[in-house]
Design a protein around this ligand. Sequence first.
Ligand code: NDP
Length: 451
Amino acid sequence: MKQNVQNFVDSFMENLIAKNPGEKEFHQAVHEVLVAVAPYVLEHPELVDLKILERMCEPERIIIFRVPWVDDKGQVQVNRGFRVQMNSAIGPYKGGLRFHPSVNLGVLKFLAFEQVLKNSLTTLPMGGGKGGSDFDPKGKSDNEVMRFCQSFMTELHRHIGPDTDVPAGDIGVGGREIGYLFGQYRRLSNEFTGTLTGKALAWGGSRLRPEATGYGLCYFAQSMLGTRGKSFQGQTVVISGSGNVAQYACEKATQLGGKVVTLSDSNGYVYDPDGIDAGKLAYVMDLKNVRRGRIKEYITKYPSAQYFEGKKPWEVKCDIALPCATQNELDGEAAALLLKNGCYCVAEGANMPSTPEAIHAFQKAKILYSPGKASNAGGVATSGLEMTQNSMRRKWHATKVDDNLHLIMDDIHKACLQYGTQPDGYIDYVKGATLAGFIKVAGAMVDQGLI
Ligand code: NDP
């Protein structure tokens, strides 16, 4: 059986790589999923015959388009826009938009592929998609960002809709960008619908959507810690990133009794041995979300902290690590360092932040390790709750949203236990999350015929 699985994975990957050359993040994401689901698929030959995995790796549709706009100097700029509509077997396409210079088709296909399984895990009726552009909002004026967003939406609007495809934010797309995108969508469609999520409260947003990914991550990590009789209480926590996910992970981890000692951005990280408490986090939120500054400015405000240029926070001694920046930010070397320093829980807030070598090291050491598709699913789950509220034309109280978020994260954790508990009791969260998400989507695809 083991040999069959290996042959199946190898030959599948060979075809996938030949068909999708150069898309290394996509290859990486598919390989991780294949390893987890191949034994199940081989035990269900109808899934092999119906080429369910091959179909899941082929997006239902990809839209690539030109995004021309004019900068503040009056110069014409041209970016590339994308939307990968990966799989709608269990609901409308749903997934964020990323604006970052590193965006290309391979990155978005990896994100869309992951999104399909993640959305399935949330228990809500959402398919998977992802989109974005190689546009870099950093250093652009509000007017430039607005003109870019309007041009981007002028093409995208004809491909999305409340029952077709509902985009949200991701790296480089926060409240400001969603506002400009939604405004242009509303103008072009002449309709006020819930076609984007992550909207502001006054115009269709859900309470707790900004908080949801970071909060959900900590609820999930709390459940993981619970399997070892532990909690955040008294634990030292290292977080990477200082954007949306990192900020609210920091807030919730602190509320649950942890001491968060690092935050980072693409230039370096800050280490604050006294802990980044609510007051310091408020400073970071203003710095990052309003003044759009760099994390190194933190040490000017809090001189007892230190800044490490060009470094990642994994060298800091901790109990719990929450990678919340970007893909492949935690490699084998960083994993070895975390393990050496006694870290026993890694819960991913970002999508695929750990390289395959890092995941292997965590699982070999049998520490608690969860992949983003499980532990960061609270963001898209709350986007799903925003869609529900938009359809009902109602707005729920924060406690109702938070209760739902908590329940969903608990359910995802239970699904991981059900499908990922190994004979020796170790919980393989990668296997558990992947298999639970896959079985539902595969079943829906079988039911709906060859489409
Ligand atoms: P933001 O744009 O708000 O923040 C991203 C953070 O990561 C910033 O601090 C940024 O630093 C840092 N970062 C980005 N690229 C790199 C890089 N190449 N190297 C080092 N640091 C980098 O994004 P989010 O917080 O929304 O997203 C973070 C991660 O979480 C992503 O992987 C995203 O896909 C995932 N995620 C987000 C969800 C959401 O609801 N927002 C939901 C689920 C997953 P800098 O400012 O220097 O660029």
